[in-house]
Design a protein around this ligand. Structure first.
Ligand code: URP
Ligand code: ZN
Ligand code: ZN
Ligand code: ZN
Length: 477
């Protein structure tokens, strides 16, 4: 099957040009001047299908490098399965996710990895890779890290918070970093000081402060900045590359920038919630149904930050200057009913997470509309850099001959209203983005040559998505 995506503006991380994109089977065969006869034939009449993209942007499919489908967490499971979550992702122009295999203390990382393959196989509408979470780092975990790298799991997430659940102590972190320095893997860090947070949480609850807003107040920016700094020092000591996940505090960004200025392989990821939403809005949230518990919709870790303190503005600036390299969602959806509700009387029992996998491309495109980032930077932070950061570039993250035909046709003149019952296919009974009006529209989504979304309809299927065996990072300094 040959397809010509004709007349669109093809955008890469480095430029844009009006071009025709020839897709042959699952890959991109050529990017040609419009109406080109360079291949010796009139393509428009010789291909099986022509997609008219004139007046629209043709961009590489989005890559969401941080999702948690069906994640067991907080006494429940993230509400999107691999099927519902990847279908929602496709609707929003994301054609690859990298999800997290979970290893709780005393579980065998390799057994967990096999289990996650069982969960995802045959279910995904788009391609998927895995990072591995390590909690307790045992001798066997270090051995498993080598085996997982050979499997294409080239990044390992560690936690400096969640004592007794995920937390690794500094010695365990050091050992995992030594291994990563040796085998080339990326260390991903949940950088929050867990001991400090645990004390603040206990004190808040003892004082009767149980509402969702106190989740944010008990995870102050100092706990994030301190842990970020500590992780950077440990990475420096070992030589391991470090990727700090879901950065929300401007002071954490500053730590990352200092390390990068010194030439250290330290990278920062942020998420749409840390660019658009704030602690003040969470405090103000109130509904007839939920009262002040409405704020539970925005309970995630790291937490939303104060707008008055300037974190969101600083984060946009860091995205422009590349102090922060990319935007993932940290998609970890929980419904209000029966899930977030677990913390009705105690914010510490609210399962942590926000669902955004469907909206990342649209939400970040608003940065282009408002002039905060360029069109090219939009492609870079949502697709090209995730591909490079996590060893998929060449196959993903670029529209070039030989790459997988993962392509989005994006209409800058279109419009998208976000919310339950509007554009929302995630398995959630609410949206953290309810009411957001987006300039721009995902018109067509292609994954390895197959059209998944067009004309407002979904044509994909569970099982189309394949496992992506990733290489080592292609982004190191
Ligand atoms: O609140 C969050 N971020 N939930 C998902 C787990 C994690 O720490 O990434
Ligand atoms: Zn985390
Ligand atoms: Zn996460
Ligand atoms: Zn449209």
């Amino acid at each position: 099957m040959k397809t010509l995506i004709s007349g669109g503006t093809v955008v890469s991380s480095t430029g844009r040009t009006v071009a025709d994109v020839l897709v042959d089977g699952e890959t991109i065969a050529a990017v040609l001047a419009p109406g080109s006869t360079a291949l010796g034939v009139d393509l428009a009449t010789s291909v099986d299908r022509v997609i008219d993209a004139s007046g629209k942007y043709v961009v590489p499919g989005g890559i969401d490098a941080h999702t948690h489908m069906e994640m067991p967490f907080g006494g429940t499971f993230a509400s999107d399965t691999f099927e519902t979550g990847t279908t929602a992702a496709a609707w929003g122009g994301t054609t690859t996710i990298v999800d997290f295999v979970v290893q709780y203390p005393d579980q065998n990382p390799l057994e967990q990895y096999a289990l996650w393959h069982d969960k995802a196989a045959g279910q995904c509408a788009i391609d998927y890779g895995f990072h591995q979470i390590l909690s307790d780092v045992q001798d066997s975990s270090l051995k498993a890290m080598d085996e997982l790298v050979a499997e294409g799991v080239t990044s390992f997430k560690l936690f400096m918070a969640y004592q007794g659940v995920f937390l690794s102590d500094d010695g365990q972190i050091l050992r995992a970093m030594q291994k990563a320095s040796d085998n080339g893997a990326m260390i991903m860090m949940h950088a929050e000081n867990g001991s400090v947070i645990d004390v603040l949480v206990r004190q808040a609850l003892e004082a009767g402060n149980t509402s969702p807003y106190h989740h944010g107040l008990t995870r102050p920016w100092q706990a994030e900045a301190e842990a970020t700094s500590r992780a950077i020092m440990l990475a420096d000591l070992t030589g391991a590359p470090l990727y700090v996940v879901h950065v929300s505090a401007k002071q954490a960004v500053e730590q990352i920038a200092i390390a990068r200025d010194k030439g250290q392989n330290v990278f920062g990821e942020t998420c749409p919630q840390y660019l658009y939403l704030s602690l003040e809005e969470q405090l103000a949230a109130h509904s007839e149904r939920w009262g002040a518990f409405e704020g539970a919709k925005w309970v995630c870790s790291t937490p939303l930050r104060s707008r008055a303190e300037g974190h969101q503005d600083h984060m946009w600036q860091a995205l422009r200057t590349n102090d922060v390299q990319l935007v993932s969602t940290d998609h970890c959806p929980f419904c209000m009913k029966d899930q977030k509700e677990l913390g009705l009387d105690n914010f510490a029992k609210i399962p942590n997470g926000i669902g955004s996998v469907e909206h990342r491309m649209d939400l970040m495109y608003q940065g282009v509309v408002s002039g905060q980032i360029s069109l090219e930077r939009w492609v870079e932070i949502t697709s090209t850099t995730p591909a490079r950061m996590f060893g998929m570039w060449g196959r993903k993250g670029v529209i070039a001959p030989g790459a997988d035909a993962d392509v989005v046709v994006y209409d800058p003149a279109g419009h998208t209203s976000i919310g339950v019952g509007k554009t929302h296919h995630m398995n959630m009974d609410y949206s953290a983005w309810e009411g957001f009006e987006v300039d721009g529209h995902v018109d067509l989504v292609m994954s390895r040559g197959t059209v998944l979304v067009s004309d407002g309809a979904f044509h994909g299927r569970p099982g189309h998505g394949q496992y992506v065996r990733r290489g080592l990072s292609q982004y190191l300094l």
